[in-house]
Design a protein around this ligand. Structure first.
Ligand code: SUG
Length: 448
C-alpha cells in the first residue's frame, strides 16, 4: 500500500479581515460590503476546521497571512511620508485603495498556487506556481509573499520546486488551485490533472461570460502544465459554462469538487459536460478503480442554491478506498434543497458516506467556503517529512495559535478602521511573532 497522503494547508485569517466589496462577480463579497467583520472569530473558525481535520488523522498545515495594510504598495502608488501619514492620505484620497491593500484575502489558499504532486511531474518533485490573481487588484499583490511563504514551508529543493507567478496580464489570468483538480487512484501514483478555465484569451472568437469577468484563462493553465513538466496525455482542460460565471460562479470550485476517483459537480458547471467526461475517462484509462461522476441535476439543486450554500465548495476527504467524507459550510444545512440532496447522497451508493458541517460564516460572507480555505498537496512520506514541521497542526500548535489570535486580534472591524495606525502596528507585531512560531524566517517586507 502506498503511504502517500493528501495534506491540506489552510490559510490563517489575518488581523485585518474585513468586508469591503472588492470582488466584482463574487455575490457574497458584493452583498456584504460595509458590514462589520470579526477577525478574531474568523481566525478561530478557520483554526477549528484545521484542528478537526488533524484530529481525524489528516495531515493539516497552516499558511501564514500577509502583511496588511500593505504600505509598500501604497508607496508604489505615490503615497509618501511615514506609515501613519500614508494611511491617513490613502483613507482620505482613495479609500478603496486602502481597503484593497488591507484585505485578508490570502486566507483563501485554494487561490495561493497550483500544485502538481511528484507522481505527475517529469523531475519527480512537487511543483508550485503561485497564482498571479491578476483579475482583482487586492489579490494581485499576493503572489510574491505567497511564494516566500511556500518556499519557507516546503523548503527542501530535493523534493519541492518553486516557480514564480505567470506574467501579470489578463491573458495569463491564473487563480490557482480553485480551478485545478487532480484525479488519481492513490496519491503517490501518476494522476490526471484537470484544469478548468473561464475563457481562451488569445482566441477571442470563443465563448466567454458577458456580465462578470472570466478570471482564469486556458493559456495560463497550459503554461502551468508545461512548467510543471506534466505529461500531456495526463492533462485535461475544460471550459467553465460562461452562464454560471455570469450567475456568480467566479471560480470553478464554487460549482465542482474532485478528489481521487470522484468528480462531484453541478449539471451546468461546464460548457461541454459530455466532452469533460470523455476526456477525463480517456486520460484515466484502465486504472484499478472506477472514475465516478456525481452530477447534481439542476432540478434537484439550482445554480442559485449552489452559489448561496457553497455545496460544491466542500472538502472531499478519503477515509479509505471508496469511503469519503464531505466537509460543507453551515449554509448547506440551512438550504432545504441542498440539505435534502446531501441526505440522499450519503444514503445512496456513491463513495461519499458522510457529511460534516462547519461554521465558517466570517469567511463565507466574503465568498470563501471550506475548499477556498485550503490548498491541497499530495505528498509521499519522504516529502511529508521534508515539510517545515512547525507549520503542521497538532494540539500544541493549535493551542498556541488560538492564544496568539486572542492576544493580537480585534473582534470588530469596519472599513473606516483600516486607517487606524494602531491596526498596522498590531498586525505587524502579530505577524512578527507568527514567523517565529511557524519558523518561517523574515518573509515580510517590514521585517527586512
Ligand atoms: O477572490 N473574496 C475572494 C474569495 C475567494 C474564494 N476562493 C475560492 N473560491 N477558491 C475572491 O473573490 C472579497 C474581499 C472583500 O470584498 O473584502 C474576496 O477577495
Amino acid at each position: 500500500m502506498s503511504t502517500a497522503t493528501e495534506a491540506n494547508f489552510d490559510g490563517l485569517v489575518g488581523p485585518t479581515h474585513n468586508y469591503s466589496g472588492l470582488s466584482f462577480g463574487n455575490v457574497a463579497s458584493l452583498s456584504n460590503s460595509a458590514q462589520a467583520s470579526n477577525p478574531k472569530a474568523a481566525a478561530k473558525q478557520g483554526l477549528t476546521k484545521m484542528k478537526a481535520l488533524a484530529d481525524m488523522g489528516f495531515v493539516q498545515g497552516v499558511l501564514a497571512p500577509h502583511e496588511r495594510p500593505h504600505i509598500p504598495t501604497l508607496r508604489r502608488l505615490g503615497f509618501s511620508g511615514g506609515d501613519a501619514q500614508i494611511l491617513q492620505q490613502a483613507a482620505k484620497q482613495a479609500p478603496k485603495l486602502l481597503a484593497a491593500v488591507s484585505s485578508a484575502s490570502c486566507m483563501w489558499t485554494a487561490n495561493a498556487a497550483t500544485v502538481s504532486p511528484s507522481g505527475d511531474t517529469n523531475d519527480k518533485r512537487v511543483h508550485f506556481t503561485p497564482a498571479n490573481l491578476v483579475n482583482k487588484f487586492h489579490r494581485s499583490i499576493e503572489h510574491e509573499t505567497t511564494g516566500a511563504i511556500l518556499r519557507a514551508t516546503f523548503n527542501d529543493e530535493r523534493y519541492f520546486a518553486h516557480h514564480f507567478a505567470l506574467p501579470s496580464v489578463d491573458q495569463f489570468g491564473d487563480e490557482g488551485a480553485a480551478n485545478h483538480t487532480r484525479f488519481c487512484d492513490g496519491h503517490g501514483e501518476q494522476g490526471v490533472e484537470f484544469f478548468v478555465y473561464g475563457m481562451e484569451a488569445f482566441n477571442t472568437n470563443t465563448p466567454r461570460p458577458a456580465v462578470f469577468p472570466a478570471r482564469h484563462t486556458l493559456e495560463a493553465s497550459q503554461a502551468v502544465a508545461r512548467r510543471h513538466g506534466l505529461s500531456p496525455d495526463q492533462v485535461v482542460y475544460a471550459q467553465q459554462n460562461p452562464a454560471v460565471i455570469d450567475a456568480g460562479v467566479f471560480h470553478n470550485d464554487v460549482i465542482a469538487v474532485g478528489h481521487r476517483n470522484v468528480h462531484f459537480y453541478h449539471q451546468e458547471a461546464f460548457l461541454d459536460t459530455a466532452k469533460m467526461r470523455d476526456d477525463l475517462l480517456a486520460a484515466w484509462g484502465d486504472r484499478d478503480s472506477t472514475l465516478h461522476f456525481i452530477e447534481v441535476p439542476s432540478a434537484e439543486v439550482s445554480v442559485q442554491d449552489s452559489i448561496q450554500s457553497y455545496l460544491f465548495n466542500s472538502q472531499l476527504l478519503s477515509r479509505g478506498d471508496n469511503d469519503m467524507l464531505l466537509i460543507v459550510p453551515g449554509e448547506c444545512e440551512n438550504n432545504p434543497a441542498v440539505w435534502a440532496y446531501l441526505n440522499r447522497l450519503v444514503a445512496g451508493s456513491s463513495p461519499i458516506n458522510e457529511v460534516k458541517v462547519f461554521d465558517l460564516k466570517q469567511s463565507m460572507s466574503n465568498g470563501g467556503g471550506p475548499a477556498c480555505l485550503r490548498l491541497r498537496i499530495a505528498l509521499t512520506e519522504a516529502e511529508r517529512q521534508a515539510i517545515n514541521p512547525a507549520t503542521l497542526i497538532n494540539d500544541s500548535l493549535f493551542e498556541r495559535l488560538n492564544y496568539w489570535v486572542d492576544t493580537h486580534y480585534r473582534d470588530q472591524l469596519y472599513e473606516k478602521d483600516l486607517a487606524d495606525p494602531m491596526l498596522l502596528i498590531e498586525s505587524r507585531n502579530a505577524l512578527d511573532e507568527l514567523t517565529k512560531i511557524l519558523r518561517l524566517g523574515n518573509v515580510y517586507e517590514f521585517q527586512r
